[in-house]
Design a protein around this ligand. Sequence first.
Ligand SMILES: *Cc1c(COP(=O)(O)O)cnc(C)c1O
Length: 341
Amino acid sequence: MEKKNLDWSNLGFGYIKTDKRFVANYKDGAWDDGVITDDDKVVISECAGVLQYAQTCFEGMKAYTTQDGHVVIFRPDMNAERMANSCRRLEMPVYPEDKFVDAVAKVVKENDAWVPPYGSGATLYIRPYMFGSNPVIGVKPADEYQFRVFVTPVGPYFKGGAKPLTIKVSDFDRAAPHGTGHIKAGLNYAMSLHAIVTAHEEGYAENMYLDPATRTKVEETGGANFLFITKDGKVVTPKSDSILPSITRRSLVYVAKEYLGLEVEEREVLFDEVKDFAECGLCGTAAVISPVGKIVNHGEEICLPSGMEKMGPTIQKLYDTLTGIQMGTIEAPEGWIYKVE
Ligand SMILES: *Cc1c(COP(=O)(O)O)cnc(C)c1O
């Protein structure tokens, strides 16, 4: 299919309406077969469960054009599994994991003309989501749901190279102990908006959230997990029940161990330890891994030895290896790359 005439290298991270999307409906205890449609509009009751009590969850992943011209999706089965977990926690019906992967692949294939070409730096962002669609006024789960998947081409996260970020320790909490921090629910984002707007106004790129119970341990940012590198080259990543289990972070941990031969510790990370690390990065689908150069805690600055000019050497290696695997220039572990035929 002929590619759309877009300026691929100058795309931002925004929504562009593409041609096709997938829609399935849940009613009377069962999912229908779902359809591919041109219709980008959602029509639901004014009293829909999602609008009243925020019963909704989502996923995010990417499709790429590899060096040899295939369109591939990175680990969609992991997103299917995570969305199933989000649904269970929100009393929503699971969309079957194999059908989730099929729907995602179908939408990518139907929008082939929108998949950015190899080497452009751009990728096709995939957004599956589900919401309660029937009227709900007493507080309870909806009876009817809609599952949708759309795609939108997005630009390279790092225009002109990855400059290290300055972030702040937030005075707000992202997730409660025993709450919903570990699932990809829209409600976690709604309550983080004030914190991120505040951080931006103060000139910071992101928030570092601490554990809400003791405020002594590192959790994550609003949309990315932390990876730290110790001065002797170990990878350390926070472990907590209220962190969203990033697929990028779990992939980087595997890459660190199996491709780079690094030692990895997944454990509680005290904020007091942060000043001793050599490098720090934020990992998620959008950026893969973004370097952090400075962390500010109420005016007190922690400057990572990797500095404010470029990624530290270990984070650079992790970045190069994972993006190589995604783009098909480095051999991928079994099952990581889903080819869209
Ligand atoms: C989506 C998300 C991430 C990143 O997860 P990936 O699977 O790597 O994209 C990290 N933290 C939060 C809170 C998220 O919602």
